[in-house]
Design a protein around this ligand. Structure first.
Ligand SMILES: Nc1ncnc2c1ncn2[C@@H]1O[C@H](COP(=O)(O)OP(=O)(O)OP(=O)(O)O)[C@@H](O)[C@H]1O
Ligand SMILES: [Ca+2]
Length: 577
């Protein structure tokens, strides 16, 4: 049962947390948002040219929640998770070179030289502040020479005084590296160059003049029509699918980190702020708790996550776009975490009953607490809610590679179980697989080889794909020995059992698949053979565990055994240090 239902969760009785009220939500709406900018932000030293800018002098009142009349506070700027800030600012990890924030001490042992160009003033005339975040602030600027001469740009300024830990420095290094490598996608802010001096790092990029997506949501009173929400979603998914294919997880997707390039109605949306992003290989899990509380995925809180965590955040954004409330809300950070881990978001209250079933299904598939059942960005773009709405090409999905890798190293018994399951797929489910198959470029006979998988990835490769070692992963997949696949076998290989299991129609799929398997693939199986199929160690009392999985009448696999076999050996993952 859910705890949340879109309503504020009361903080636990006797809780000592947040008595200061620092976590209370300011009642932001489109008019109040402009003044109380970031209540948690402690201003960093501005270059003298910015000291008089209005944003710098704004004071920040915050309203305790008890004064709020609205039961559902509108979405407001999300705070970063405290543990993340503590790690970056050095108050929880004594073994890292740190100083308390605001301290005057010298930082010893931290190398703050980034190797960037040193002369930003020769290249750009810095202008007024246009935005501010926890780690930096952003100014407009004008190019003085070369190709950017006369052009308006944005310069994100990150004060070195804020880089008080090795982690914080590494974050900035990685932010520049990732943005430099990924730049070029139409929904990603164009990066031009990075500079530094004694005091700051400067990231020069395209100036987005249309403001944040959060402001747009608020100015519309919180709600988007389905049609308008689709336009936003497609752009977010497109850039996130691109990042994920390159092996980059953003880790801070929220409406504040998407900007419109202009104030015009159909202005494109651009992802910004890769300050918390990281590289992750398909078989690797990250473990540091990073992000903003409202948008953080359950598995991030469990400290074992990959790119799926971004899909959760996109689910939260989609939920907010469509109904104007946050799916997981509480007054305190730990209350939000509890809701994220335990509560089911409400789809009962207005406007949900009046929205299309496709829209609801789309959001639910993103907000699945089991990351293995959550859809990927490429799948979300192929979801019936969005399919046909776009001229957007469906991108290649790394999930396909992961599944094909597991398939080709499976036993023939498991492969025939998967073939049976693939026969139960419906036309919309097959559409996504057809797209993926086509992207891998089958030959004239309609066959693909594992080598084709590599060629398809190489076409989309950026430096980020090398840095994330996704290319190494793909090389491993392609070096496996396996015959060419036709579309039918590709479906068996690239089907995600977990995702199907997450669907309401799972039982029908499983039962029907078992019938196919009975006709084609089932055969007598020894308990020991089954144990090795499933990777059970000899220490497991297999005769007790597995007896239900084998049918006593003929020694063939039972339905239970069949379902277990579909899942196969649980794949090992590497935890990134
Ligand atoms: N290219 C840009 N064009 C216009 N404004 C921008 C641009 N990049 C950033 N901004 C503004 O500056 C703000 C802060 O930038 P950014 O999110 O990159 O900083 P941050 O300190 O890493 O933020 P956060 O606190 O979310 O981590 C943005 O919310 C936005 O309003
Ligand atoms: Ca930001």
């Amino acid at each position: 049962m859910g705890l949340c239902h879109g309503k504020p969760i009361e903080p636990p009785q006797n809780s000592s947390e947040d008595l200061s009220g620092e976590n209370n939500e300011p009642p932001l709406n489109s008019s109040t948002r402009k003044t109380p900018k970031f209540p948690f932000y402690s201003p960093s030293p501005l270059p003298s040219s910015f000291k008089n800018s209005p944003a710098h002098s704004s004071s920040v009142p915050s309203t305790p929640l008890r004064f709020l009349k609205r039961p559902f506070p509108p979405p407001s700027p999300a705070k970063h998770i405290k543990a993340l800030l503590a790690r970056r600012h050095g108050s929880v990890k004594p073994n890292e070179a740190t100083i308390p924030e605001g301290s005057e001490c010298e930082i010893i042992g931290l190398d703050k030289n980034f190797g960037f160009s040193k002369n930003i003033v020769n290249h750009f005339e810095l202008g007024e502040e246009v935005g501010r975040g926890h780690f930096g602030y952003t100014c407009s600027a004008k190019g003085k020479k070369d190709s950017l001469k006369g052009q308006d740009v944005a310069v994100k300024v990150i004060p070195k005084s804020k880089m008080t830990t090795a982690i914080a420095i590494e974050d900035v290094r990685r932010e520049v590296k990732i943005l430099r490598a990924l730049t070029g996608h139409k929904n990603l802010v164009q990066f031009y160059n990075a500079y530094e001096d004694e005091d700051n790092v400067y990231m020069v990029m395209e100036l987005c003049k249309g403001g944040e997506l959060l402001d747009k949501i608020l100015s519309r009173g919180g709600k988007y029509s389905e049609e308008d929400a689709k336009v936003v979603m497609i752009q977010i998914l497109s850039v996130v699918a691109y990042c994920h294919l390159q092996g980059v997880v953003h880790r801070d997707l929220k409406p504040e980190n998407f900007l419109f390039t202009s104030k015009e109605d159909h202005s494109p949306l651009k992802a910004i702020d890769f300050g918390l992003s990281d590289y992750v290989k398909p078989d690797e899990r990250l473990n540091d708790i990073v992000g903003s509380a409202y948008y953080v995925a359950p598995e991030v809180l469990h400290r074992s996550y990959g790119t799926e965590a971004d899909m959760w955040s996109i689910g939260v954004i989609a939920y907010i776009l469509l109904c104007g409330s946050r799916p997981f809300w509480a007054r305190t950070e730990s209350g939000i975490f509890r809701a994220v881990l335990k509560a089911e978001p409400s789809f009962d209250e207005a406007p949900w009953p009046s929205l299309s079933s496709d829209a609801i299904d789309f959001v639910k598939k993103l907000l699945n607490k089991d990351y293995r059942k959550r859809i990927t960005a490429a799948q979300a773009l192929s979801h019936p809610w969005l399919a046909g709405h776009q001229d957007e090409k469906i991108p290649l999905d790394m999930l396909t590679y992961k599944l094909v890798k597991a398939y080709t190293s499976s036993s023939s018994l498991r492969r025939s179980a998967l073939a049976a399951l693939a026969k139960t797929l419906t036309i919309p489910q097959l559409a996504y697989l057809r797209e993926q198959f086509t992207l891998v470029a089958p030959n004239k006979s309609g066959l693909i080889s594992l080598h084709n998988l590599k060629t398809a990835v190489a076409k989309n490769s950026t430096d980020a794909m090398k840095d994330s070692r996704v290319l190494d992963y793909v090389n491993v997949v392609c070096s496996l020995q396996y015959k060419k696949l036709d579309f039918e076998e590709f479906c068996a290989a690239a089907i995600s059992v977990h995702q199907l299991e997450g669907m309401e129609s799972w039982e029908q799929h499983a039962c029907q698949a078992y019938e196919f398997f009975e006709k084609d693939g089932n055969r007598p199986i020894m308990i020991e053979e089954l144990a090795s199929e499933l990777g059970l160690s000899p220490s497991v009392p297999i005769h007790v565990v597995l007896q239900d999985w084998i049918r006593h009448s003929d020694g063939n696999l039972s339905f239970l055994g069949f379902v277990r076999l579909l899942h196969g050996v649980s794949s090992r993952v590497v935890h990134k240090a």
